[in-house]
Unconditional design. Structure first.
Length: 636
């Protein structure tokens, strides 16, 4: 019997950041070694300054059906929104599956794999004070709701206190671990009027490097004028000039250990509740120490060239995709464009998954009643691409997550959200390859794909509105048949067909008898009802391509092509019979009554359609005069 494959869920945000890359690389290495499948659910929340956009991004986490997994790895330190973090934790608790928190707060239920932030940060701060004689120190912090940021900040405060150094609140800046926060911290320092500090300690490399750039723009040199340090030992930090003093962390090992814990648990083993890994400071140029750069310069130059070449290729492909998507008008055209672009992702599989109501309805457009939280119970996948073939899936359960799950083990799949602001459209699945992590344009691709789907949705609504406006323009709202505008448009086509084919036209002009008496005695609402019933009779009499219309007020018209005088008599007989039948059905205290005149003739040069309608009208009027119209009302 074949052994069941293990399935691990990974929850993360910002896949294109080096921290996430390194941890997930370790997860993937362990999963492939054990032939396990990994599904990574990732958002780009907190990148765009829009709360509505973040709602759309974080919604991808609601897709996770944890009961389909043997365990979950939670990189909650990459998710900035505390509400979303709690939702994720509650969902995993409720599912009852084992989970590992990476670099997170201790949890009574979950396993924990952590890297000691405190010790390494303390060593960094102490080094700057002891070895470089720093006496005034600024600090750029991450959000204190993040356990890593809190541990690093507490380490900074502890060392400052040990050295009897005052922490001036004006010299502490709280950010979100983003490069923009490093820039903002330096702007705030320069605007404060405070003297330049001896050192600036940053809680991560991204903020530290941005701070150095901002300092240089304003004429300050690092480390000559001010020391700057970071944390994480990212590739950018190692290759920057000056080389950044930072803290190296075993991120890939943390990912490997996290996956290993869950796989051992799935096998019935008892892995340790907590795993602690050590971080180590790296003292180099930005604090005034010697360079530690030992990587072969030729290998470094080659890696930089490959990265630049890959980025240029990605941008070129993305621009082509955007250009082609701009011309798509329906989802079929969009999927053809995406199918041409997918091979550039160097993946094994790609699925475009849409909510069943992604295009909404005309009513939802007016009421703003659209999907925000979660996904529709059923989904559709207009594109399911593999290297062997591509197709579609008309319907599948969102609880299954995959429209068609990859076979075997060792599969790595990335689930990325599709949305317009907070409106949920669906998601994409990229299986195999590392495009979501290696490429700087993955987020841009998802944004443009989402915008293109939204544009198609709006185009569909616009066409629906145009059709509705056109219907209102040509359809009488009371009687539900053509009005005068609709009749003229359709009649013109029939008239020219008659001219070309030499077939005669049939024109019946109908005028309702006694409408004023009905209105005066029973009210206009009853008069409207009588008009509607007469219109139903007229519509039911139309056959063989004939059209009918309310020509105005209580006047109606029937127009057809290819009829004879005998067929005209048949039409009038049918009309009178159905009118009598209608009276017996509605059983009103009045009789529906109408006069009809029918004219049959060929279209002749110099004779307009209006001339022929006038003739039919005169025939109807002659009959009307001969009628005994003195009494329309039934006796009670």
């Amino acid at each position: 019997m074949q052994e069941a494959k293990r399935h691990i869920a990974v929850i993360a945000a910002g896949l294109d950041e080096e921290y996430q890359n390194s941890v997930i690389d370790g997860i993937i290495a362990c999963a492939k070694e054990h032939d396990a499948n990994v599904s990574c659910f990732a958002a780009f929340g907190g990148v765009i300054s829009s709360s509505k956009y973040d709602i759309g991004e974080y919604n991808i986490y609601s897709l996770v059906n944890y009961k389909h997994f043997d365990g979950a790895i939670l990189m909650l330190n990459t998710v900035n929104d505390p509400v979303e973090k709690k939702k994720i934790v509650d969902a995993v608790h409720n599912a009852g599956i084992p989970a590992v928190l990476v670099d997170g707060d201790e949890d009574e239920v979950f396993f924990n794999v952590a890297i000691d932030n405190n010790k390494a940060m303390r060593e960094m701060v102490q080094h700057v004070i002891t070895e470089h004689n720093a006496r005034t120190v600024n600090y750029i912090s991450g959000p204190l709701a993040n356990p890593e940021a809190q541990a690093r900040y507490e380490a900074f405060l502890h060392v400052m206190a040990e050295n009897r150094m005052i922490v001036d609140a004006r010299r502490v800046f709280f950010g979100e671990f983003r490069p923009a926060d490093g820039e903002a911290a330096i702007r705030a320092l320069l605007d404060s009027g405070l003297p330049m500090p001896d050192a600036i300690i940053s809680a991560n490399d991204a903020m530290a490097l941005a701070a150095i750039r901002m300092l240089e723009i304003n004429g300050y040199k690092v480390p000559e004028d001010v020391i700057v340090t970071g944390f994480d030992a990212t590739e950018h930090a190692r290759h920057y000039c000056p080389e950044l003093s930072t803290v190296g962390r075993p991120l890939s090992e943390a990912g490997y250990k996290s996956c290993e814990v869950l796989l051992k648990k799935a096998e019935g083993l008892d892995p340790p509740k907590s795993t602690n890994l050590e971080a180590a400071p790296i003292f180099t140029e930005s604090c005034g120490c010697a360079s530690k750069f030992s990587e072969d310069i030729r290998a470094y130059k080659k890696s930089v060239h490959e990265a630049m070449d890959s980025t240029r290729s990605d941008i070129s492909a993305l621009n082509r995709m955007i250009s082609e998507l701009a011309e798509t008008e329906n989802i079929e055209e969009l999927t053809r464009v995406i199918a041409r672009f997918v091979p550039h992702l160097a993946c094994d599989g790609f699925s475009l998954c849409l909510c069943s109501d992604w295009n909404g309805s005309y009513a939802s457009l007016l009421t703003d009643n659209y999907q925000i939280e979660g996904y529709t119970k059923t989904m559709l996948a207009p594109l399911v691409w593999t290297k062997e073939n591509s197709g579609s899936v008309d319907s599948y359960l969102s609880g299954d997550m995959f429209p068609i799950a990859p076979e075997g083990g060792g599969n790595i799949s990335y689930f990325l959200p599709l949305h317009f602001n907070e409106r949920c459209l669906g998601y994409c699945i990229i299986t195999g390859g590392k495009f979501p992590m290696r490429s700087r344009v993955c987020h841009s691709m998802m944004m443009n794909l989402s915008n293109s789907i939204e544009n198609i949705r709006k185009l569909l609504h616009l066409n629906n509105v145009i059709q509705e406006l056109d219907r209102l323009y040509v359809i009488d709202p009371l009687c539900g048949i053509y009005n005068r505008n609709g009749f003229i448009r359709e009649a013109d086509t029939l008239y020219h067909r008659s001219e070309d084919s030499k077939e005669p036209l049939l024109i019946s002009f109908i005028d309702m008898d006694g409408l004023k008496i009905i209105n005066d005695n029973y009210g206009h609402k009853e008069g409207d009802f009588a008009l509607q019933q007469l219109a139903h009779v007229i519509r039911d009499c139309c056959t063989d391509g004939q059209i009918c219309a309310r020509f105005g007020g209580d006047e109606f018209i029937i127009l057809g092509i290819g009829a004879s005088e005998d067929e005209a008599e048949t039409l009038e007989h049918l009309f009178n019979k159905r009118l009598a039948d209608k009276n017996s059905i509605i059983h009103k205290p009045y009789d529906l009554s109408a006069s009809i005149g029918t004219y049959v003739a060929r279209a002749e040069p110099g004779v307009t359609l209006f001339n022929m309608i006038t003739t039919a009208d005169q025939m109807m009027y002659e009959r009307k005069k001969r009628k005994k119209t003195s009494r329309y009302l039934r006796k009670a």
